[in-house]
Design a protein around this ligand. Structure first.
Ligand code: NAD
Length: 663
């Protein structure tokens, strides 16, 4: 079962998707420093590359921002050029080249956004000088070997190892002042790299991992940066996302979205990051029918129910641009832009058609929300208030659990766009569960069981000790203080059913017997009922308390347990019916084993060959209590019995050793 990609229980292995079976992955070599105050290392990094005379590059009016670099470079600073411009015009590069040569620079240091990085790359590819880039936006250009340049109004792109900067210094402190509108557009530019990487023909697990991580970080940090632009943690999260997304752009080919933005920027002069921001949700909506599984992964990483509208809502809430109209594109240019974007074929998961792309651009021009409908309002302020209300909770664990519960509940409400009627139904459901609950009927335990929460908590709490018998849920029918029973006695007290001789031992993990352990046993009758469900019964039956003997052993008669439905006369039964789920539990015997000095073990033994053991195709135990190691033989026998009891016909033998852990 350790076979790659195969996982499952029982006899039928189930295939889980493992992603592409073959791929090529090339890493782009670069040295990356990440942190706050890392710009202080710039001199060291230049010297590491053998540089002694630096040309410092920045954008117009970004001179002051370059000050920390200037200071850190000290005597290595040979000259400065602060004329970097968007889309790397060749005439600007030529001017910078003259400054470089005049001062005999032997290393390039760039501080700024993609425009300044672009200039450093353009100089490097012409001179082969090493580059140290200090990015202050989220464009990701600093980790790619790609350069886009414009000459006579035409943008051309080329790729070469000489273009790739040798060293990147990410300094969160330098991004704190990035204005919110630029931060939003730039973060969505990064998001676009991650999104398109996931459906790239070159997609591979390394890049997938980086892309999903980047998407998660952007979705959670961008709203925080909008509220508090100098939030260092959120800024660090975004900057890390930018690095990861840049690696996606460098690692695999992009599709329709990047092509459209290239066209709109290059031929219609639209601003780079803002165009990415407007177009991304629409390009995603266009590709979604061809890559549904990818969109589901993106939606999950975003924490949204749908990927394209989730991205649109993220942008809208952050105050980013949502229409090409507001970026200055004329409506009359849409057919031309669609024509240019489809003129030459390029890889994209969905076929590109002129009318399809024009419709996409028209939606983007109007700023329509993909999938229609209204955006779910941003509730982060409300969540923040409720979380803050627990600020003074004295017990730290209680505080952690309450605040996380509130965050997740609010997320559930917004992600599902919950209606008032649906929430009222949920409240009514819980009220009915409360009404039906008594000392012997626990509807909330049942609810926790059928949702698998009891099993999840059980696994977390009790299944961390290798070498012990696995635990299983307590279930709703345990009653404290069962009647004491003698070894060899019959706890079925004459009830009909196939007789069962139980012979079990309790040992520690070294097989040393555990004498004097308290063992509570309980089970259903032949019809699948527990005694507490049968009000006419006189006292407890099919439940008992034993103490293990000097050999850690105990033996008793009972009857073979039966499969049974969990109670269906309450709200949980109606929930299962509404979901089309069955209500059956696989036949089993409950054990609760306790002894001071040992971990308590609560578990169940399931009858091998019985019904409801196969969890595939929805036919498993309805409370998810079965574990392979707990399915055991209840061996059919005829004739002589271990204690000489005379039985006509079949009886069964359960012979089992429980291993429990010393404290
Ligand atoms: P940008 O570099 O033009 O910067 C946007 C604006 O932000 C500028 O006005 C700049 O002065 C300002 N700014 C930058 N950092 C600041 C800070 N810390 N505080 C205040 N203001 C700040 O824009 P961009 O989006 O970073 O980059 C866009 C350019 O990069 C385009 O030319 C695009 O083609 C290119 N790009 C290339 C690649 C690649 O791999 N080759 C990838 C992404 C982008």
């Amino acid at each position: 079962m350790a076979d790659f990609g195969l996982a499952g229980t029982n006899d039928v292995p189930r295939r889980i998707p493992v992603g592409p079976r073959s791929f090529v992955y090339s890493a782009n070599p670069a040295r990356v420093l990440f942190g706050a105050g890392t710009v202080a290392k710039v001199r060291e990094e230049v010297e590491r590359l053998g540089g002694a005379r630096v040309l410092l590059l920045s954008g117009p009016s970004r001179g002051a921002a370059a000050h920390p670099v200037r200071e850190a470079l000290g005597p290595l600073l040979a000259a400065e050029f602060d004329g970097a411009a968007t889309h790397t015009p060749v005439e600007v590069t030529e001017r910078a080249l003259r400054v470089l040569r005049e001062h005999g620079a032997d290393c390039l240091v760039a501080i700024g956004g993609g425009s300044t990085t672009g200039l450093a790359k353009a100089l490097a590819v012409r001179t082969d000088l090493p580059q140290v880039v200090v990015p202050t936006t989220y464009s990701g250009s600093e980790v790619t070997p790609v350069l886009g340049e414009t000459e006579h109004g035409r943008k051309t792109t080329r790729s070469s190892p000489a273009i790739q900067p040798e060293t990147v210094i990410y300094d969160v402190a330098l991004t704190l002042g990035l204005p919110v509108p630029i931060s939003v557009a730039s973060a969505i530019n990064a998001l676009a790299h991650a999104v398109e990487a996931l459906y790239s023909p070159q997609a591979n697990p390394v890049v997938d991992g980086m892309a999903l991580d980047a998407i998660t970080r952007i979705a959670r940090s961008l709203p925080a940066v909008v509220v508090e632009p100098s939030d260092v943690d959120a800024r660090a999260d975004l900057l890390q996302a930018a690095w990861l997304a840049g690696n996606c752009l460098a690692g695999v080919g992009m599709g329709l979205h990047h092509k459209l933005c290239h066209t709109l920027g290059g031929s219609f002069g639209l601003p780079h990051a803002e165009t990415h921001t407007v177009v991304l949700p629409h390009a995603m909506a266009y590709n979604a029918p061809a890559v549904g599984a990818v969109m589901a992964r993106i939606a999950a990483a975003l924490g949204a129910s749908d990927a394209p509208s989730g991205v649109y809502d993220l942008i809208e809430r952050a105050g980013g641009p949502t229409s090409l109209r507001e970026l200055g594109l004329a409506e009359a240019d849409l057919p031309g832009a669609a024509g240019l974007a489809t003129a030459r074929p390029y890889p994209n998961p969905r076929e590109l058609t002129g009318p399809g792309i024009e419709a996409l651009l028209r939606d983007a021009w109007h700023g329509r929300r993909p999938g229609g409908g209204r955006a779910v309002p941003d509730l982060s302020w409300l969540t923040g208030q409720v979380v803050a209300s627990f600020e003074n909770t004295p017990d730290p664990r209680l505080k952690e659990l309450l605040t996380d519960l509130v965050r997740r509940l609010h997320h559930y409400v917004t992600a599902n766009d919950l209606t008032q009627a649906e929430w009222q139904r949920a409240i009514d459901f819980l009220a009915r569960a409360g009404h039906i609950t008594t000392d012997t009927r626990q509807e909330f335990v049942l609810l926790s069981d059928v949702l698998g929460v009891s099993s999840a908590v059980d696994v977390l709490t009790n299944s961390r000790t290798p070498g012990t018998t696995p635990s299983a849920v307590l279930g709703p029918f345990y009653v404290e203080g069962p009647p004491a029973a003698e070894h060899g006695g019959d706890i079925a007290k004459g009830l009909p059913g196939t007789p069962l001789w139980v012979d079990v031992r309790i040992t520690d993990t070294e097989d040393v017997p555990v004498p004097g352990a308290v063992v509570d046993v309980w089970q259903s009758n032949e019809d699948g009922y527990y005694d507490v469900q049968l009000p006419d019964l006189d006292g407890p039956v099919l439940r008992a308390r034993f103490h293990t003997d000097a050999d850690g052993r105990l033996r008793f008669w009972t009857i073979l347990p039966s499969e049974y439905p969990i109670p269906d006369d309450g709200p949980v039964g109606r929930l299962l019916a509404a979901a089309g789920r069955h209500q059956m539990r696989a036949p089993h015997l409950h054990f609760l084993i306790a002894r001071p000095g040992y971990h308590r073990l609560i578990t169940q033994l399931f009858v091998r060959g019985g019904p409801y053991l196969d969890s595939s195709a929805g036919l498993g135990d309805t409370v998810f209590g079965v574990k392979d190691e707990l399915i055991v033989d209840f061996v059919p026998r005829q004739g002589a019995t271990p204690d000489g009891r005379v039985i006509e016909g079949e009886w069964r033998l359960l012979d089992f050793t429980f291993r429990i852990q010393r404290d």
